[in-house]
Design a protein around this ligand. Structure first.
Ligand code: GDP
Ligand code: MG
Length: 220
């Protein structure tokens, strides 16, 4: 695991890899209100562990794995307090420039965090404009605290459907599997979007991919 200070270095890594058809790289940014579990999700994915408390250092982590027989490198931007943006949109614009896909996290027992995701997804959709829809997965985290739930699964799923995003409800605290589904689901969407941009698949491919994300088992 490599930790770097976030900075807007363009896609130099991807360019460097252009000659190597077998390696896939994906820049993934996590957004959402404070304390919803963005760092917990990131650390779970990177180490398979839930360590309970996380600092609030903003970082980009790099992590390589072999997925479907292909070497895949994830660069994961774990955001801190994105709402400090003051409405100017600079933060989200920087992330839009950098990221191939987003994971927007809320806590199922924190309605305010659900509203933050609702606003952020709308801003992302508006900001990406003509560049085309950026792949996004909305995640309702802390499923283990369902006795304190204030956001129903249906609300989460409906929001995701209305803005054309994938959706999962998970518990980063309880299992690794749900977190893995989120990152792999987003990777599938990123691959389909790239293929569509290159013109190598049609709209049917995208529909297939979105269905795959929605159709995957959400209960770990
Ligand atoms: P961030 O500010 O969004 O990065 O949130 P953190 O990852 O730092 O998590 C905030 C708090 O929520 C920490 O105390 C975590 O242990 C806790 N937390 C994260 N995910 C879960 C979860 O799935 N279930 C429960 N019960 N707590 C969680
Ligand atoms: Mg954090």
């Amino acid at each position: 695991m490599v930790v770097r200070v976030p900075q807007l270095s363009p896609r130099h890594r991807r360019k460097r890899m252009e000659g190597n058809q077998h390696k896939l790289e994906a820049n993934i940014a996590l957004l959402g209100a404070e304390s919803v579990g963005k760092s917990a999700l990131t650390v779970r994915f990177l180490t398979r562990r839930f360590i309970g408390e996380y600092g609030d250092i903003e970082s980009i982590y790099s992590h390589s794995d072999v997925i479907d027989g292909r070497e895949t490198c994830f660069h994961i931007w774990d955001s801190v307090c994105p709402q400090e943006d003051n409405g100017a949109g600079h933060y989200i614009n920087r992330q839009l420039q950098w990221a191939d896909g987003f994971i927007l996290v809320y806590s199922i027992c924190d309605r305010a965090s659900f509203n933050v995701v609702r606003q952020q997804v709308q801003r992302l959709r508006q900001a990406s404009g003509k560049a085309g829809a950026t792949p996004i997965i909305i995640v309702g985290n802390k499923r283990d605290l369902r006795h304190r739930r204030t956001v129903s699964s249906e609300e989460g799923r409906l929001l995701a459907l209305s803005v054309d995003c994938g959706f999962f409800e998970i518990s980063a605290a309880e299992t690794y599997h749900g977190v893995l589904l989120v990152f792999h689901g987003l990777l599938d969407l990123i691959r389909e979007t790239r293929a569509l941009k290159k013109g190598t698949i049609g709209i049917k491919g995208i529909v297939r991919s979105v269905s795959a994300v929605f159709g995957k088992k959400r209960n770990e």
